[in-house]
Design a protein around this ligand. Structure first.
Ligand code: MOS
Length: 741
């Protein structure tokens, strides 16, 4: 087959895939890409939510009379009249859905959905929702990560680990570091407001939903409504951003399906921007304590990392702050501790590089501090502790070019121009600082399936229940299928985002391109095998009796690897055998071990130059350089775009984003785009991106994942640059003016 990166070292493929324009670009710029909120039906009804105005307590009375009598209203559904529903399923990351809000009269967070109103029009639904009168019995709420009343879960996910004896090594270390870090809660704010359109036909349910994981939503709805999974179809061909917001079957999704069943019509619900803040999750508030022990020559002898994150009442959701602490550096003694604090807050959920971005801020800030203590260059300190092998297993990484990330990043950044003395670099009234951070992410892969068809007209159709959340999945899947089938990209059509297609994992954990790519790789091989089986006894075929290992595909035809002249086209084979198409299945069931190697995550090094005006407390990012080892890059253009977006999100986390809970009422005080700040163009400087390394040898297509790695090191790189500029060490995000004054 053409250019199949099997990493035997002999294939003619390259690191950087062609910078092909997005294949779905024309649909998007002409406004014809159907996002979930665009879906409509002739008999569509509209829903609006009523949300709790207390954080804890019970509903003591509901008066829906005025709402029910309002113009156009079809139903007001509350816990008093909701049909019985079963609990949702579990995923490896906790319950697929947070606790269903209408199960009874209990309130566990402010903004909990307490009613859904359905009306003929969107405006009528919103107007009627305001007329629903709820009486509450308020009880004391538990708010604030340091609240002594809050239940604390210890090691809830079994992530805690020990290597060697960190406590003893800290006792005897020549240099000891011990600091705490805090990071504010953040809200996922994809531009596309999350929407659900649900339609029942008998006991069959179809749902257009803003999700990153159609199979999980399908399973959840089937379980909740007690129907076979095959009766539920979840569609999301396009999504206006995800970032982790679409990794759960949120209560509003279930409520919309309930509403559609109750009124016997299709129902659409589009969350408002303020409702996004209580409905789709984000980054939980976190606290960390990090202790490092080092020798005077800069060898880490101990790491003790304790992470604490907030969690909603009665929910469970993984927040892996400490997950990569033990694999980032070659330190003999490591201990990690994982806590979650239950509060009366909406379910935090996940936000780009969940946990790991927070943990990296602590670890990479701490290393920076130690580098100044020891008088070592920050890069040199990291190189002295380079994890040549996977530190827990001792196995060689399937690929690791973090050293190249440091080198190439430093070159492009001009790191040698850095005067190591704190406060020594200036530009007029601005203090100038250079900072950097290293990034080790985690490996995540899940089973994935595709179908691959080649038709009589010589075109291919690829289908999978995977989603493209705006990252370029359609484009890279098209490129990969074209490459493996020997077709032009214009001859390949990819269909995603439909749970009726072959099952696929979430677009999350930076894992989809690799597992989908591996499934495409398998499917392409299987469809070629199917063509060979058709001509196995065909006297007229030059491919008669050939094995799939003997052939490859190019220019719409299958030919012998050794002799391109011997072969024939897909079209000729199909026509001669009077077949309309050949279809094959592709599948990958990745395992986290095997082949005597440690499957590698993506790595990166990130560099920031900042300007600080100490008198005014102003902080500007002058430029950032990100060097990434993500294995093979399928499309240089979409990959670069992913990293730039990730860096922008990291800048948001570092400088601006903070979900502010009123400590008395649990109300989110800044649940609008006027108050919750995300970076705008003027906040973002020149962002340079470089890809280094080589295709990974653990996976058939050599990729390692790109979605999150670019966010992770941004905060530490900027905070470290702020220290270099000012001598002020910031261990709390976002970095605010008062921290700089
Ligand atoms: Mo990401 S938080 O895995 O969408």
């Amino acid at each position: 087959m053409t250019a199949v990166p099997r990493s035997t070292g002999t294939e003619p493929y390259k690191l950087l895939g062609d910078p092909v324009d997005r294949v779905d670009g024309p649909l998007k710029v002409t406004g014809t890409a159907p996002y979930p909120s665009d879906v409509t039906f002739p008999s569509l009804a509209h829903a609006a939510l009523v949300q709790s105005t207390i954080a804890a307590g019970t509903i003591s009375g509901i008066d829906a009379g005025a709402a029910e009598a309002a113009p156009g209203v079809l139903a007001v559904i509350t816990h008093e009249n909701v049909p019985a529903l079963a609990p949702g399923p579990m995923t490896p990351f906790g319950p697929a859905s947070p606790p269903f809000p209408l199960r009874d009269n209990r309130i566990v967070h402010r903004g909990q959905h307490v009613a859904i109103v359905v009306a003929e029009t969107h405006e009528q639904a919103i107007a009627a929702a305001r007329l629903v009168k709820i009486q509450y019995e308020e009880t004391a709420s538990v708010l604030g990560i340091n609240n002594p009343q809050a239940p604390v879960l210890r090691n809830p996910w079994g992530l805690e680990m020990q290597r060697g004896d960190a406590a003893a090594a800290l006792e005897s270390a020549e240099v000891v570091y011990d600091e705490t870090f805090s990071i504010a809660a953040e809200t996922n704010n994809p531009l596309g407001l999350f929407a659900t359109v649900a339609r029942w036909e008998g006991d069959r349910l179809s749902v257009h939903d803003s999700t990153q994981w159609p199979m999980m939503v399908r399973q959840t709805l089937a379980t909740v409504f007690g129907v076979p999974e095959s009766n539920v179809r979840v569609l999301v061909p396009f999504l206006g951003g995800g970032f982790g917001a679409g990794l759960r079957a949120h209560p509003h999704v279930i409520l919309t399906a309930v509403a559609a069943r109750v009124v016997g019509r299709p129902v659409k619900l589009v969350l408002t921007r303020p409702q996004m803040f209580t409905s789709v999750g984000g980054r939980p508030e976190t606290r960390q304590r990090l202790r490092l022990g080092a020798s005077r020559d800069g060898r880490l002898v101990a790491i003790d990392h304790e992470g604490t994150s907030t969690l909603a009442a009665e929910d469970a959701n993984l927040d892996p702050i400490i997950a990569v602490t033990s694999t980032a550096y070659a330190c003999p003694n490591v201990a990690t501790h994982d806590h979650q604090v239950r509060l009366n807050i909406p379910s935090p959920g996940w936000m780009r590089a969940p946990g790991v971005a927070e943990g990296n801020f602590a670890l990479e800030s701490a290393l920076d501090e130690v580098s100044y203590k020891l008088g070592l260059d920050p890069i040199e300190l990291r190189l002295r502790n380079y994890a040549e092998v996977q530190p827990n297993s001792g196995l060689p990484w399937s690929s690791k070019a973090l050293r190249d990330c440091y080198r190439v990043g430093a070159e492009r950044f001009g790191w040698t121009k850095r005067n190591p003395a704190v406060g020594s670099m200036r530009d007029g009234r601005w203090l100038v600082g250079y900072g950097m951070a290293g990034v080790t992410y985690e490996w995540y892969q899940a089973p994935c399936q595709v179908s691959v068809s080649i038709s009589r007209d010589g075109t291919a159709l690829l289908r999978s229940a995977a989603t493209d959340i705006g990252t370029g999945t359609y484009t890279v899947a098209t490129q990969l299928a074209a490459e493996l089938l020997g077709l032009d990209i214009k001859q390949v059509h990819v269909e995603l985002g439909d749970s009726d297609f072959p099952p696929a994992p979430q677009s999350g954990g930076s894992g989809l391109a690799t597992s989908l790519g591996a499934a495409i790789h398998d499917g392409a091989r299987n469809v070629l095998t199917a063509f060979l089986s058709v001509v196995a006894d065909d006297d007229r075929s030059p491919l008669r009796g050939k094995n799939v290992n003997d052939i490859t595909a190019a220019h719409g035809r299958i030919h012998l690897v050794n002799d391109p002249a011997i072969g024939e086209s897909y079209r000729d084979i199909l026509a001669r055998h009077q077949l309309e198409r050949m279809t094959a299945h592709g599948e990958i069931n990745p395992k986290g071990d095997g082949a005597g190697m440690a499957p590698a995550p993506p790595f990166a090094a990130q560099f920031a130059e900042v300007r600080v005006d100490k008198d005014l407390g102003l902080l500007r990012i002058a430029r950032m350089v990100t060097a990434v080892d993500a294995g093979r890059i399928l499309n240089e253009k979409t990959a670069r775009s992913q990293i730039i977006g990730a860096v922008v999100m990291g800048i948001g986390m570092t400088l601006l984003e903070e979900t502010i809970f009123d400590p008395a009422t649990g109300r989110i005080a800044n649940a609008t785009f006027g108050d919750y700040l995300i970076p705008v163009n003027a906040d973002i400087p020149e962002l340079d991106v470089a890809f280094v390394g080589e295709p990974d040898r653990f996976t058939p297509i050599g990729t390692k994942g790109l979605g999150e790695v670019g966010t992770i090191g941004v905060s530490a790189a900027i905070a470290n640059a702020v220290y270099h500029a000012t001598g002020r060490r910031i261990r709390s995000l976002p970095i605010t003016i008062d921290q700089l004054l």
